[in-house]
Design a protein around this ligand. Sequence first.
Ligand SMILES: [Mg+2]
Length: 130
Amino acid sequence: MSTPKKRILVVDDNPRNLKLAFDVLEDADYEVVEAVNAEEAQSMIDRNLPDLILMDIALPGMDGLTLTRKIKANERTKHIRIIALTAFAMKGDDQKALAAGCDGYITKPIDIHQLPVQVAEILGGSGFAS
Ligand SMILES: [Mg+2]
């Protein structure tokens, strides 16, 4: 018997970022689902709880930090691990991400070798900051 795959929800409004993260994580043997905005992410979480969310902060409409606060304020979803995707140029985003309840953050552009390592670390329980 094999253990069920961990489910990861990738939220990003940039199609290239979304595809890159999707491909890298699928190659690392995760079940990957994707959403292009916070509203879509919420309905996906309602349908099927992910184990981890890769959360872009800058999203059209509701931003990723607001969605993170809602997820972490909800008994049903607060256990979900969340890694924020922050833009390198946006100073202070990393601290804002942790303050909003994110379990860690990754600075874009995504490093395709580091991403699976960082995701595995967070799923393993220990926090980190890149
Ligand atoms: Mg974005």
